[in-house]
Write a protein that binds this ligand. Sequence first.
Ligand code: ADP
Ligand code: MG
Ligand code: MG
Length: 920
Amino acid sequence: MATKYVYFFGNGKAEGKTEMKNLLGGKGANLAEMTNIGLPVPPGFSITTEVCTYYYANKRKYPKSLEKEVLTALAKVERVMGAKFGDPKNPLLVSIRSGARASMPGMMDTILNLGLNDQTVVGVINKTNNERFAYDSYRRFVQMYGDVVLGLKPVSKDDIDPFEVIIDEKKRERNVKLDTELNAADLKDLVGRFKRAIKEKTGHEFPEDPRTQMWGAIGAVFGSWMNERAIAYRKLYDIPESWGTAVNVQTMVFGNMGDDSGTGVAFTRDAATGRNVFYGEYLMNAQGEDVVAGIRTPLPISKLAQDDPAIYKQLEKIRSTLEKHYRDMMDIEFTIQKGKLFMLQCRVGKRTAFASIKIAVDMVGEKLIGDAEALKRIEPDQLNQLLRPIFDLSEKANAVKSGRLLAKGLNAGPGAATGRVVFNAADAEAWAKRGEKVILTRIETSPEDIKGMDAAEGILTARGGMTSHAALVARQMGKVCVAGCGELDISYSSHTMSVKGQTLKEGDWISLDGTTGEVIAGKINTKPSEVLQVLIDKTLDPKSAPVYQEFARIMQWADKFRSLKIRTNADQPDQASNAVAFGAEGIGLCRTEHMFFGEGKIGPMREMILADTLDQRKKALSKLLPLQRKDFAGIFEAMNGRPVTIRTIDPPLHEFLPHEEKEQRQLASQMGISFEKVKQRVESLHEFNPMLGFRGCRLGIVYPEITEMQARAIFEAAAETKKKGINVEPEVMIPLVGNVKELEHQEKLVREVATQVMKEQGVTFKYLVGTMIEVPRGAVTADEIAKVAEFFSFGTNDLTQTALGVSRDDAATFLKPYVEKEIYAKDPFEVLDRGGVGSLMKIAVEKGRATNPGLKVGICGEHGGEPSSVEFCHMIGLNYVSCSPFRVPIARLAAARAALAYPRKDSKPKAAPGKKRRKK
Ligand code: ADP
Ligand code: MG
Ligand code: MG
């Protein structure tokens, strides 16, 4: 059978359903679903995403069978509606709507009132007895068609829509202020002017034939898949180009037929806070985009309960039907035509991280979903938002008291942001690139602004409601946003904004409180979020911290499901305790070299490096020993019995050396040697390629006394801690091992020191010796290495560098273009390259466990806190991931989601076992 390209919906029955999102797009699939569950949906049909793919693969041509299928479906709609497309007496009007698999609000184009021309408009007048309405619809159609299909749109960033210019002209001639004050004759005149402007500026005649209009619009929707803002949006949200968009053709219903008509959008819960209240906005006597475009500020949905109680009740019922059916918070579009309600769209609602978490937790409580489902609904990175700073309330109160409160708008995107005012998206991007913090300030935002919004700290708009474009996008991006701040008088041309007699210029500082909607002049300092106040600062009682409580529930569920242990990368006691507060179960990487930069340490370190003789070196090392011991003891105490992996010295020695003459002279006099000597030694340590140079275990092999000193510091600290009654479990990790003999050499030293220290101190403690796997040779000979190593830890930063042959420090120039060209889907230093680096890891795990079944394996590279990489680590059977303290909650959630998606046999791995010493 030939491929089916068109799916009908209407009259209570649809050929599609929600599950067919890939084929019908989100909008089409949910229109079908709503039809099937008995909601009032105007009939229509969806043209599949496969047509889009075909269209781009075949020089913008359609499959042969498409035309016939479309006409058949159209005839079916005509039958249901009892009207005919293009019929001058009883015309059917349709909208042509884009709809991709993933929702891309406002990114692609939609055309309303299609089918109108100079003949059919008369039919509409006769049918409705409403000439003004007919011409209002007609002029809107010509305007949209001119913009979307014929390409007549604003040219530069400070420009306004050319059609709006004509409308303004007309209003001035007629001496009126509002669109609604224009009468039928005015609107009819506008239609003529619009058509002339189109002809003049584009050279194209406006098409009168409805079929031509329809195919033109369908082509434009498919074409909009490749417009600049859609491409930018896809990049931002990782939507593959290959998905394509569907096109929906749907019978028009009219919210602009008078005061008993209207249009609105709503969320079944508050998308900013997650509260379980019906949240929406509407406008009477308005069409489609009016609510979201921010042209008129709409009314809150609660007001509809007074304006039209019957419709409100019906909507409330639909709200609960939808939540029960989809078991999620939904975002809906509806239109009221002469007192009758129609549903035009529904989708799972975008929400802030706060809302996402609250809704998930609440829905578990309401038994709509289970705890596992709740976890699946929270993107790990969203937790970041809960950790973000909020304003220092006393400082804000002072600012308000001293008259710096400029205005109050809608609290569309919670959080605190301070930055400098810019008035368009291009400037926001450019300023941010220079490192400035900016607040993008617009009368209203449109999809073109998306990149500028992304670059800004916060977004401020003068018009539009809680469901305006600015609010919607800000919430999704997790940006601070204050919308609909009507008191602001913004001038794009002079780059200023006036409010309450004050004028702010581009570059002036302002602060936005997206949680309250306040806009305040000047900078305001921020302070830690609720979660941090409870966990880290311990200044807030969890009982009075609702956001923290939800966070804690999610973490509790995550811990119930995850198989991976979560450790942290920390070099200092305070970092370690923060990480423990966030739920870390151990330290996966303690870098000892950071310690050498501490006060009083760099001197002896340099002496050690510059030493000529073993004696000199040992003398310098003996100065370092007590300092390192103290650092380790602090960490062991903070970790209170949890495992701590300590890596022996890793970076190239020359990183520690003074490179300026002044410093070199100072060091020379300190050491009592000549400046020339110092200079010469520094030069001799210079390397062409330090990343592959004298570093890692190579240092400890050439200078075994360094490893000895470090091992001694570790074990003496362990003994000291043990004597205080605190359990310790040091794991000594040798870096950059590619050959088992390297590890054998270092392991022997470490164990000798351990035995000595235990004897000297008269205590025993468990410890492990293991290695990092961070060069390909180490990975492919993991079977040999695992005979010596008690654990592996993947150093995926170096492993990525060495596996790809890419120096991270030099990659900026080519890696970004690589990602843009999709050679690598993501920056491999950010998201683990599964195909290459991941394969090496898999080999290492398999080979390692083949010769040492009890081998503990973890990861300590940056990737350990990145959700997709965490998932991969789970899939290949790692025991733990280790990440920076603030990413610990993210890793916990990511690990749980991975376990839910890919259940493992060992769903509860044992805690790091104190493995018996292996016999050689
Ligand atoms: P987007 O994906 O950008 O939201 P939509 O296809 O939803 O675009 O359409 C834009 C606006 O036009 C919405 O407000 C929608 O409700 C309205 N609209 C679309 N189709 C119709 C229709 N058949 N009748 C009435 N309004 C419509
Ligand atoms: Mg829509
Ligand atoms: Mg490394």
